[in-house]
Design a protein around this ligand. Structure first.
Ligand code: ATP
Ligand code: MG
Ligand code: FE
Length: 347
C-alpha cells in the first residue's frame, strides 16, 4: 500500500511516504533552533512551528515521491505519546486530509513507529520478531520487547526521571555548551578520558536491579556531574571539560547497553534494535557494537534520518497494519500525550 505518514509529536515536523517496504520520501523540518535559547523544547513554540511547517513539508514530500495525494491508500499519523499541542497539529491535519481525500486513517503509536523504521533501512534485512528495542531520545528512554510489530509490544522498562537525551542537554548546559547538548558533548568527549571520573550508573546496584531491572535513571548522574564540577571550581581548579564529557558519556552508554543486553539475554532474544536521536552518539554506537558482539546479539542501527523523529516510520507502521489486515481508526480518536506503548494503533 501507498501510505503517507505524519509525525508531529515533538520538535520535528515529519512527512514520509512509503509504498510497502519502500521509502519514497521523508521530509523533516525541525524547530530545534527555535528552542535553543530555552535550553529545551518549548511545547507552545513546537506546536506553532508544526502549523507553519506542515503544508510545505507535505508539498515537498509528495513532489519528491512523485505521487499525487489521490494515489494514496491511507494516511497514518502519530497520535501519541508526545507533546499534546504538537500532536494535535498532526492529528488535525491527518483527519482533514483523510476526510477531504476520502482515505482511511491509521492513528499510531510514536514509539512503535521508531521500531518500524527498521523495515525501511535498506542496508540489510530487517529484523524478525521477537526483538528487543532500545529507544533513546530527548523525550524517551524505553526498552521494548517486540514480539510482533503490529500486535504485541511490551514495555520492559523506561526512565523514571530524565530521558537520556535530556541528560545530555542538561549536562551540556551546566558545562556551558550550546543546545542541543548531545552533539556538543559527543564532540568534546572524543578529546577526553572516559576513565578520568567514575560517575554513577543509575539503577544498576543489586537492590535497584531487583525492582528496576530494565528501568533507567539519569537525574542522579546529572547531579553528580554538577557536584563534581562545582567542587573543582571551589578548589580553584580548571574544569577538565573534555574528561567530564567523556566520563559522563561513558556512564550513559554503559547503563543503556548493560540493560539492553541484559534484556536480550533474559528473554533469550538475540536481536537488538536501536532508535532515537541519542543513537547518533559515537560511544553509544561503539559500545553497542562491542557488547552485542560479545553477547552474540545481532545489532541493527538504522541511518540517523530514520532514527530521529520522522514521518516515514509512521507511514511504514501504517503500511504494516494494513498488510496485516487491521481496520482503520475511526475519525473520533484524539491526541494522547501518554499513549502506552502497548497501544500500537488507536482505534
Ligand atoms: P522524541 O523524544 O519525541 O522522540 P526528541 O526530539 O526529543 O523526540 P530526537 O530528535 O530523536 O528526540 O533526539 C534529540 C535528542 O538527541 C537531544 O536530546 C539531543 O541532545 C540528543 N542527541 C543528538 N545527537 C546526540 C549525540 N551525538 N550524543 C548524544 N545525544 C545526542
Ligand atoms: Mg527532536
Ligand atoms: Fe521519537
Amino acid at each position: 500500500p501507498l501510505v503517507l505518514g505524519i509525525e508531529t509529536s515533538c520538535d520535528e515536523t515529519g512527512i514520509g511516504i512509503v509504498r510497502g517496504r519502500t521509502l519514497l520520501s521523508n521530509t523533516i523540518a525541525s524547530s530545534m533552533e527555535e528552542h535553543a535559547r530555552y535550553g529545551g523544547v518549548v511545547p507552545e513554540v513546537a506546536a506553532r512551528a508544526h502549523l507553519e511547517a506542515l503544508v510545505p513539508a507535505l508539498t515537498s514530500a509528495v513532489a519528491e515521491a512523485g505521487i499525487t495525494l489521490d494515489d494514496l491508500d491511507a494516511i497514518a499519523v502519530t497520535s501519541g505519546p508526545g507533546l499534546s499541542g504538537a500532536l494535535m497539529v498532526g492529528v488535525g491535519a491527518a483527519k482533514a486530509l483523510a476526510v477531504a481525500l476520502d482515505k482511511p486513517i491509521y492513528a499510531v503509536n510514536h514509539l512503535v513507529g521508531h521500531v518500524g523504521a527498521d523495515i525501511l533501512d535498506e542496508s540489510g534485512t530487517p529484523f524478525e520478531y521477537p526483538t528487543i528495542a532500545l529507544l533513546v531520545s530527548g523525550g524517551h528512554t524505553s526498552l521494548l520487547l517486540v514480539r510482533d510489530l503490529v500486535g504485541d509490544v511490551e514495555l520492559l522498562g523506561e526512565t523514571i526521571d530524565d530521558a537520556a537525551g535530556e541528560a545530555f542537554d542538561k549536562v551540556a548546559r551546566l558545562l556551558g555548551l550550546a543546545y542541543p547538548g548531545g552533539p556538543e558533548i559527543d564532540r568534546l568527549a572524543a578529546l577526553g578520558d572516559p576513565k578520568a571520573i567514575r560517575f554513577p550508573r543509575g539503577l544498576t546496584l543489586p537492590k535497584d536491579m531487583a525492582k528496576h531491572r530494565y528501568d533507567f535513571s539519569f537525574s542522579g548522574l546529572k547531579t553528580s556531574v554538577a557536584r563534581w564540577v562545582e567542587k573543582q571550581e571551589d578548589l580553584g581548579n580548571e574544569v577538565p571539560v573534555a574528561d567530564v564529557a567523556a566520563s559522563f558519556r561513558e556512564a550513559v552508554a554503559d547503563v543503556l547497553l548493560t540493560k539492553a543486553i541484559a534484556a536480550c539475554v533474559d528473554y533469550n532474544v538475540p536481536r537488538l534494535l536501536l532508535g532515537g536521536g541519542v543513537v547518533a552518539n559515537a560511544r553509544v554506537r561503539s559500545l553497542a557494537t562491542e557488547r552485542a558482539a560479545a553477547a552474540g546479539v545481532a545489532l541493527r542501527i538504522p541511518p540517523l534520518s530514520l532514527c530521529t523523529d520522522n514521518g516515514a516510520m509512521i507511514a511504514e507502521l501504517g503500511a504494516q497494519l494494513i498488510m496485516a489486515g487491521h481496520a482503520p481508526s475511526t475519525l473520533d480518536f484524539s491526541a494522547d500525550s501518554t499513549l502506552p506503548v502497548t497501544e500500537i494503533q488507536v482505534r
